[in-house]
Design a protein around this ligand. Structure first.
Ligand SMILES: [Zn+2]
Length: 415
């Protein structure tokens, strides 16, 4: 199975926007850009909403047949580990092996020593094509990296072989993810992580590191854009080099998680992809649910009522809803309006507050982040919410497609 040079993770909380999401990739295709859609959903999301992996598969298959999409597409078991992978095996053909919890668990001494012995030629001065300055890697540094990451990669190997024993060799796409951790990985760490991935025999198609800076949910990148640009370029150069050195999948590419809405780094990312002729997997998830709310607000009537009610309920339960996401949101509570103020808003005002348009004075990133993590509130509305999705399908779909194509695909892959 081949993922393709460019791929786009279109998660969808409620499994209703498959067609609208795919429409954005069809638009890209009309511009001559092939991007593979990947419907990703994590165990955490399924648990909060009460959906099953089979629902995501059905959504993807239905969207693909309704739109007449004949190119590849995948269903991603996002952020899975040995504990929950079995629920996803049948429905998924893309697996994001999350081993972040194992980072820093010290690997045993003899594993570390044999890893260092095997890769000792990289100790000392290391020149990587595309990176101006040579790296100087001491044995102590290499050992420390092995100690920190080897066990995590071995864990990825266990999950990988478990999936392979059921799905069969070559019948699924593998991503190794290390993004849900506190410390970003440096390009040198990435290099040795890739050596370990090759040693484990994991046929990885994508790797998701943690990058420098904050990737808050639903809002722009926060951090040093130039520093990110340098790191992103170096990661790409390291991957290209590691592919040749270790015989990894020649299409191996970076995966950027929480990749929606990071408008200020899309330019540098696009430059780097062009410079190295590199591929990219951009993973998004929660944005589609926000576009549903924007569409409902714009529809007015019952749609606007639901949007306002979702906000009021979210505000009342802010601590509970933000808890699981506390490290990836920054909400200034003082800037969250009272529900009675919002009650007087028309649909356009609500939509403008929520829509990620930084040049609009009414845009409120605090409202946006709160609602981003508040999808549980809509899940609890049950059929009332889902019926509204049907009733206002057109205006919701229009917002979903426009958001993915205009604000995400276009700045990175097209113009
Ligand atoms: Zn992630």
């Amino acid at each position: 199975m081949i993922l393709g040079k460019y791929s786009f993770g279109v998660g969808d909380r409620f499994c209703h926007q498959g067609k609208a999401q795919l429409a954005a990739l069809i638009k890209a295709k009309e511009q001559g850009i092939d991007i593979t859609p990947v419907w990703n959903k994590s165990h955490r999301e399924h648990t909060i909403i009460g959906t099953k992996p089979a629902d995501t598969r059905r959504e993807a298959d239905d969207a693909v047949s309704a739109c007449g999409w004949i190119e590849p597409y995948f269903v991603d078991a996002d952020h899975i580990g040995l504990k929950n992978v079995d629920d996803f095996i049948e429905s998924s053909d893309f697996f994001t092996l999350d081993v972040a919890d194992f980072i820093g668990e010290p690997a045993n001494e003899s594993d570390v020593n044999s890893f260092i012995e095997k890769h000792k030629k990289y100790i000392g001065s290391l020149a990587i094509p595309g990176i101006d300055k040579d790296f100087n890697i001491s044995k102590g540094q290499a050992k420390a990296i092995a100690k920190k990451y080897l066990l995590a990669v071995k864990q990825a190997g266990k999950i990988y072989r478990h999936i392979e024993s059921t799905k069969g060799v070559g019948n699924f796409i593998t991503e190794v993810s290390m993004d849900e951790t506190n410390q970003p990985q440096t390009p040198v760490e990435m290099f040795f992580i890739l050596a370990a991935i090759a040693d484990e025999g994991i046929a990885a198609a994508t790797i998701a590191p943690k990058f420098t800076g904050r990737f808050n949910k639903g809002v722009d990148y926060v951090g040093d854009v130039n520093g990110f640009a340098r790191e992103f370029e170096q990661d790409i150069a390291v991957i290209k080099f590691a592919v040749r050195e270790f015989g990894l999948d020649e299409d191996l590419k970076l995966s950027v998680h929480s990749g929606s809405d990071k408008f200020s780094i899309y330019g540098p990312m696009k430059e780097a992809l062009k410079k190295f002729n590199a591929g990219l997997h951009l993973k998004t998830a929660g944005t589609t649910w926000l576009e549903e709310l924007i569409g409902l607000a714009m529809a007015g009537g019952e749609g606007l009522d639901i949007a306002k009610e979702a906000y009021a309920k979210a505000l009342a339960r802010i601590d509970e809803l933000c808890g699981p996401y506390s490290t990836v949101i920054d909400i200034d509570k003082k800037k969250l309006p009272e529900p009675k103020k919002i009650a007087g808003w028309d649909g356009e005002q609500f939509a403008s507050a929520l829509r990620h348009n930084q040049s609009c004075n009414d845009y409120n990133p605090n409202i946006r982040q709160l609602l981003h993590v508040a999808y549980k509130v809509a899940a609890e509305m049950g059929t009332r919410y889902l019926d509204a999705m049907q009733k206002y399908e057109d205006i919701v779909a229009q917002n979903v497609t426009e958001n993915i194509y205009e604000r995400h695909i276009k700045p990175i892959f097209v113009a």
